[in-house]
Structure formats: structure tokens, C-alpha cells
Design a protein around this ligand. Structure first.
Ligand SMILES: [Mg+2]
Ligand SMILES: [Zn+2]
Length: 184
């Protein structure tokens, strides 16, 4: 069985939209890869990781952008990665708005559970979710896996002190998280 890892999308793979004044990435033209993402993902691929992206995109449920727009953004992201021979095993979105009270919106865990169903027997204690925000640290805790908070997206180091639940690790970015925590 391959290794398994979960990654948040906005603030981890691509620049967090609130950092340039948007609530959501509504078009691929606003999808800006962080510079060290490709090297980080290459390291994971070389180490036989199945990479899953787990992302809340409530803007669809709220009607801010369409499912079709989200599909195009995903297509763009995967296309740019595959040019570099990086394969993402799965991209799982919750597109519900918070008032729909679904089972998949992080910090709920359905999106993780659905993936993990194919990896039964894998020790969850060694599984990581790399994210940039507090809500996802909660999700990792709820799913009983480890969290790595990568800074530079939604969270700065000083924000961590006020987190209700603390991440297991803090890293500068995805590359640092992969190189110095996951693969260490
Ligand atoms: Mg994020
Ligand atoms: Zn949902």
C-alpha cells in the first residue's frame, strides 16, 4: 500500500485568496501556486505518497461561483501539476454552505473518511493533514490524524497562541512541512 497524505488547497497549494482581498478563488486566473509547492509535491510523489486535496469551497453552495468554475480551476491545477509529472490521487471538495449543515464541511470528517476507506489498516497516527488554518487543525483532531500548520496562508505564527486546538507541528510552508516533518 502507498503512503497517504491530506493537503488543504487554498493557502497550501495556491495563494490564500483572502491575502489578496477575495473570499474564494472564483477563476483559474486567480490560482497562483506557491513557489515551493512543486518541489514539495515532487518529494511526496518520489516517496510513494498518494496525495489527496481536501478543501471547503462554500462559495459554490452560496452561489458566488459555479460548480463548473470550480471544475475548471481543478482542471487548471491538475494540468499544471501533471506537466511536472505530479499526480494528485484525489481532490475532494465540500461545496455546501455552512448553513446546509452537511457531513463533509471541515472540521467535519466525511471527506477524510471516504478516502481512508481505501486505506483501511493504515495507522492513522502517522497520517498528516497539512493546512494553513485553525478549522482544519480541528478537522485533523476530529479524524484523529496529525496536523501540520503551514504559515503564510491564513495563519501567522502569533495566531497559533489563540487556537483552541494546537497543531501537532508548525512549518513555514508546504515544502518545509514535507521535508522536515513528513519525510523526516
Ligand atoms: Mg486553507
Ligand atoms: Zn459539505
Amino acid at each position: 500500500m502507498n503512503n497517504l497524505i491530506f493537503l488543504d488547497r487554498d493557502g497550501i497549494i495556491n495563494e490564500e485568496p483572502s491575502n489578496f482581498g477575495f473570499d474564494y478563488i472564483i477563476d483559474a486566473k486567480f490560482f497562483k501556486f506557491y513557489p515551493r509547492v512543486f518541489s514539495a509535491l515532487e518529494l511526496l510523489v518520489e516517496s510513494n505518497y498518494d496525495i489527496y486535496i481536501i478543501s471547503n469551497q462554500a462559495g459554490v453552495g452560496k452561489g458566488v461561483f459555479s460548480q463548473d468554475a470550480l471544475d475548471k480551476i481543478t482542471e487548471y491545477m491538475l494540468g499544471e501539476l501533471s506537466k511536472r509529472n505530479i499526480t494528485i490521487k484525489g481532490v475532494r471538495y465540500c461545496t455546501h454552505s455552512s448553513d446546509e449543515n452537511c457531513d463533509c464541511r471541515k472540521p467535519k470528517t466525511k471527506l477524510f473518511k471516504d478516502v481512508y476507506a481505501d486505506y483501511v489498516g493504515m495507522n492513522k497516527e502517522n497520517l498528516f493533514f497539512i493546512t494553513d488554518q485553525q478549522r482544519d487543525v480541528e478537522a485533523a483532531l476530529n479524524f484523529k490524524i496529525k496536523s501540520i500548520l503551514a504559515l503564510g496562508g491564513k495563519s501567522k505564527i502569533e495566531d497559533v497562541f489563540s487556537f483552541k486546538s494546537k497543531p501537532d507541528y508548525v512549518a513555514v510552508d508546504l515544502y518545509d512541512a514535507v521535508k522536515n516533518v513528513v519525510l523526516k
